[in-house]
Design a protein around this ligand. Sequence first.
Ligand code: ATP
Ligand code: ZN
Length: 304
Amino acid sequence: MSDAQLQFREELIQHGLLLPMGVDGLLGRSGGFERIIEGIDRCATRLGKDDGAEVLRFPPAISQRTFEESEYMKSFPQLAGTVHAFAGTNDRAHAELLAIMERKEDWTAQQKATELVLTPAACYPVYPTLAARGPLGADGALLDVFSYCFRHEPSVDPARMQLFRMREYVRIGSPEQVQTFREMWIERAKALMTDLELPFALDVANDPFFGRTGRMLATNQREQTLKWELLIPITSTEKPTACLSFNYHKDKFATNWKLQQASGELAHTACVGFGMERIALALIKHHGFDQRTWPTSVREHLRL
Ligand code: ATP
Ligand code: ZN
């Protein structure tokens, strides 16, 4: 936690852009903030408009089965969020629940797991959906997804929320197809940030893998440059914030969900993720709290 993060959060709340909801990383958004998000969404659509991506929209949860198949718990047990609900079937169980709440004891221990797990990354529901269609055609597949995502990483940093949105394009196909896709999106993202007059840098990154094996996984991911991030200074210039990521999963997801290329070989996958709130916060930081005062060309690019 840094003073700069706390201060920026306070300013965003003072200007009414974000609304505190009583838990770190859980924030409401104003209409003005949402207009910025919609502008970024339009830019992402425009950049990909000639590619013919199939649009899919999923609610912000996946099935427990899909979650297990993703092997998320091997890498990020600290971030996952499961949905639990009251499982009582009679008045006695209900009365017990209310009595526990009345005594201000932990009533959540009574809750039982539903079959839902909160979506950790917008692209997760894509893989089992595509695998269910059978082997890919020669062109592979290209999907466009947009979802709220959950990660249990409470923070006062307004750029690190527990519930935030990711717009993603996901490419599934041969190693060449997905690598070409990733390189193309890195170039497109750089051009977009230039249009939006935001300072940025690209860097190799790693996911926040858990524990001792996690450190090995992170090193491996970096050595193979499987993850690139586009970083923008928001509350720190020394530690700029990852606002987009460009991930190459090789055949990991295809293995988990048995995604085949036309040849029968396992597919490779890659995704580009737009961190919608982070890009909005970067725009606010660099151009001001009132979007009406932003540079005209930036407003035009966002169609604000
Ligand atoms: P970080 O390393 O900052 O935790 P990440 O590398 O785990 O992020 P990805 O899994 O690549 O993030 O997620 C895609 C994009 O979603 C990121 O580039 C970022 O812009 C955004 N994002 C990730 N975590 C958060 C969060 N807690 N709050 C807001 N946006 C986020
Ligand atoms: Zn993804």
